[in-house]
Design a protein around this ligand. Structure first.
Ligand code: HEM
Length: 394
């Protein structure tokens, strides 16, 4: 037993995960953390192995996600059941729709950016409402106000990383899922009779033989899961802006050439990925990097650590938007990789583009430090900035 691994607690991980992952990569890259009752896998090759060896590591197991979304969401099924649900909605998020997603995001973002004045907290006043509004339009969501969408996504994702089993957090996540079912079911029943081109309608009809539809009960867990991801682009945009503001030379380069925003987004998904770790279950005893992971064990594929693996990335702890192009695992890997992966980069880029177009001179507010925590999800709860160029007194 590795003494360091034996000492790790959820609290330590939540506060500052990167140094812990770095030491695990060096000393114990595949290891049981007894206090957490889970195995952690921290090196690039092993993480990819966990995410792609479906016979050994399955995504289909009872989890917080199944308790909250219900059984059978796209993330928690494998094989044909997974292929069927993915195929129903993949076209909606395909590469051909990047421009559509970016255009809707710009349209949704402009009014929010126009409202920003001198000192603001950007997550709640810009990134979250702008991204949720854009996504609702992109997937063709029936009329739900932005505040409700944000609350649903926040409560659902807090519930999914509720490892400390806080009953209040769990209750709020269950309540959000119930509210979504009550709100969406009537629309789903209508769309089951009359396809309307929305994601909900695609989930019901797409790929089904004519005159048959999937049941509302079958597709609801996947629909709730999609809504649970609504704040992810806002998280990606907030983390990218934070990284740029902490690296003023790179911020200036982006100001001079906004085409670099795209590179900054990609680098952030490696350096400070909003999703830190992906959960799987060992389907049988598995030998990985010299360790036997027993059947039934919970396994964390730590993509945030893979992104800083020194055998893959030069100087991995450095944020550098000029890195040579190289894939990273920030949007997952293999068949469960992010459904929205083709369009997410464009959405985040558009959010930042509109913001910097209207407010090129942003700086971190020294009086109000940002709050960044969590390891399964890296959560930026606030990002206070000043608008105006301090050097020019504006
Ligand atoms: C910056 C934004 C985002 C990031 C970093 C992100 C990250 C990820 C990651 C890492 C996974 C893999 C999960 C696993 O293998 O366990 C995933 C899956 C998924 N994501 Fe995203 N995501 C983002 C945005 C979105 C958005 C906007 C949506 C939908 C509106 C979405 C829907 C999904 C779904 C449905 C899955 C499950 C796919 C499957 O199991 O086949 N994501 N995402």
């Amino acid at each position: 037993m590795n003494d360091f691994a034996a000492s790790i607690t959820f609290d330590q991980l939540g506060r500052d995960p990167c140094p812990i992952f770095a030491r695990l990569r060096r000393e114990a890259p595949v290891v049981l953390l007894p206090k957490l009752d889970l195995w952690m896998v921290t090196r690039w090759d092993d993480v990819r192995q966990v995410l792609s060896a479906y016979e050994s590591f399955t995504s289909a197991f009872p989890s917080l996600a199944t308790q909250i979304f219900g059984e059978g969401s796209v993330l928690r099924v494998e094989g044909n059941a997974h292929a069927d649900l993915r195929a129903a909605v993949d076209t909606r998020f395909a590469h051909e729709r990047i421009e559509r997603a970016a255009t809707l995001t710009r349209e949704a973002a402009r009014p929010y950016a126009g409202e920003l004045r001198s000192r603001v907290e950007l997550m709640s006043s810009y990134f979250e409402p702008a991204a949720s509004t854009a996504l609702a339009r992109f997937i063709g969501l029936p009329d739900v106000d932005t505040g409700t969408l944000i609350r649903w996504a926040r409560d659902l994702s807090a519930g999914m990383s509720n490892f400390m089993a806080d009953p209040g957090v769990h209750e709020r996540a269950l309540a959000a899922a119930t509210e979504i079912r009550q709100t969406i079911e009537p629309c789903a029943r209508k769309a089951a009779d009359r396809p309307d081109g929305s994601v909900l309608s695609q989930l019901l009809h797409s790929g089904c033989p004519s005159d048959t539809v999937r049941t509302v009960e079958k597709i609801m867990p996947t629909f709730i899961e999609i809504l649970s991801a609504f704040l992810e682009p806002a998280a990606g945009a907030g983390l990218t802006l934070l990284a740029l503001l902490q690296h003023p030379t790179q911020m200036q380069a982006v100001r001079d050439d906004p085409r670099l925003i795209r590179k900054a987004v990609h680098e952030t998904l490696r350096w400070q990925s909003p999703n830190g770790a992906l959960t799987r279950r060992a389907a049988k005893d598995v030998l990985l990097a010299g360790q036997i992971i027993p059947a039934g064990a919970t396994v964390m594929a730590v993509i945030a650590s893979a992104g800083r693996d020194e055998s893959i990335f030069t100087d991995p702890d450095t944020f550098d938007i000029n890195r040579a192009p190289f894939p990273n695992l920030g949007l997952g890997y293999s068949r469960h990789a992010c459904l929205a992966a083709p369009v997410v980069g464009g959405i985040i880029t558009a959010l930042l583009d509109v913001l910097l177009e209207q407010h090129p001179w942003l700086s971190l507010d020294p009086g109000q430090p940002h709050n960044l925590h969590g390891w399964k999800f890296r959560v930026l709860t606030n990002l206070h900035v000043r608008i105006g160029d301090p050097a020019r007194g504006s």
